[in-house]
Write a protein that binds this ligand. Structure first.
Ligand code: NAD
Length: 301
């Protein structure tokens, strides 16, 4: 692999770019917001510096950053062999990007969609290269998670799938193949759980800390569903459950109003500094995973 494009430099894009650079790949990282690019680079710098402390390998931040060329211009992706898309979970935004990337990126390149719920075949249909289109559902924080869901679309060629498998292997990921369906395997279950946990807080059955405590202490989960929501991004949870709701037209996926209100209020979780819990300043590091935030926010107590 000579050059891997990464588009979207938020929580996932920053993690994917870091993981690729750790594996020795050259990376072109693009976001349409300059602030997101700056934040991603400082997150990668900090996470590389802290890697050993967090149980990862010893990393030299200068070497990692030296492999990443970052900016806001899609032209940076033009010569990439493979582009991993990680932009906001929104059909219209993804649609606009794929239509543009299909012209900008060299025709032989493989597109990889990192999405929480949108079917891969639907995204591939936006391009003239559905045979070179693969879904990979990365887990967060990307450099620390050992496995991904690997999702071929209806037209995906064996060669494209093999190319993506090889890349994932180089990144230290085990690829678990699943069929193409809205939400795949993980988020059909996880999004319902998080949405229902938000309903418990919304209805005053329990506060966020209590909900999470039940999952940690009774089920032995390392993190509760609302700590997980803060890690993923409360906005991303909302957009994902909206995708599931629209796709299945099933009321079991109706989004909890509290998720909508928190998204509107900018309480997006770790990345904004506040979600179901308060984190002080906006989290610079997606790798700073521990047992959750320090205290519940006023909105969720
Ligand atoms: P995020 O909100 O942290 O980042 C999204 C980034 O996309 C932002 O920086 C935004 O500026 C950028 N963006 C939006 N439109 C763009 C465009 N047209 N061109 C370039 N950049 C654009 O979101 P995230 O959590 O990183 O999620 C990214 C994708 O990965 C989503 O589809 C999400 O569902 C999926 N995902 C998220 C997680 C998670 O835990 N957060 C896990 C797996 C998959």
């Amino acid at each position: 692999m000579t050059l891997v494009g990464v588009v979207g430099a938020g929580v996932m894009g920053a993690g994917v770019a870091q993981n690729l650079a750790q594996a020795g790949h050259d990376v072109a990282l693009v976001d349409n917001t300059p602030q997101a690019v700056t934040k991603a680079l400082s997150t990668i710098e900090l996470n590389s510096r802290m890697s050993r402390l967090l149980g990862g390998p010893e990393l030299d931040p200068d070497t990692i950053l030296g492999r990443i060329k970052a900016g806001t211009d899609l032209a940076l992706l033009a010569d990439a062999d493979l582009v991993i898309e990680n932009i906001t979970e929104n059909w219209e935004l993804k649609r606009g990007l794929y239509l543009e990337m299909d012209h900008t990126v060299q025709p032989d390149a493989v597109f990889v969609a990192n999405t929480s719920a949108i079917p891969i075949t639907r995204l591939a249909s936006l391009t003239t290269r559905p045979r070179q289109f693969v879904g990979v559902h990365f887990m967060n924080p990307v450099p620390m998670k050992p496995a991904v869901e690997l999702i071929p679309g209806h037209h995906t060629s064996p060669e494209a799938l093999e190319k993506v498998r090889d890349l994932l292997t180089s990144m230290g990921k085990k690829a678990i193949p699943v069929n193409d369906a809205c939400g795949f395997v993980s988020n059909r279950v996880l999004m319902l759980t998080v949405n229902e946990a938000a309903f418990l807080v919304h209805e005053g059955v329990a506060d966020a800390e209590t909900v999470d405590e039940v999952f940690r202490s009774c089920f032995g989960h390392p993190m509760g569903p609302l700590q997980t929501a803060d890690l993923i991004g409360v906005d991303t949870i909302l957009y994902s459950i909206e995708v599931l709701h629209e796709h299945f037209a099933d009321s079991k996926y109706r989004p909890c109003p509290l998720l909508k209100q928190m998204t509107d209020a900018g309480l997006h979780g770790r990345k904004s500094g506040q979600g179901f819990y308060s984190y002080g300043a906006p989290a610079a590091s997606s790798a700073a995973v521990d047992s959750g935030g320090s205290r519940p926010t006023a909105a969720t107590r």
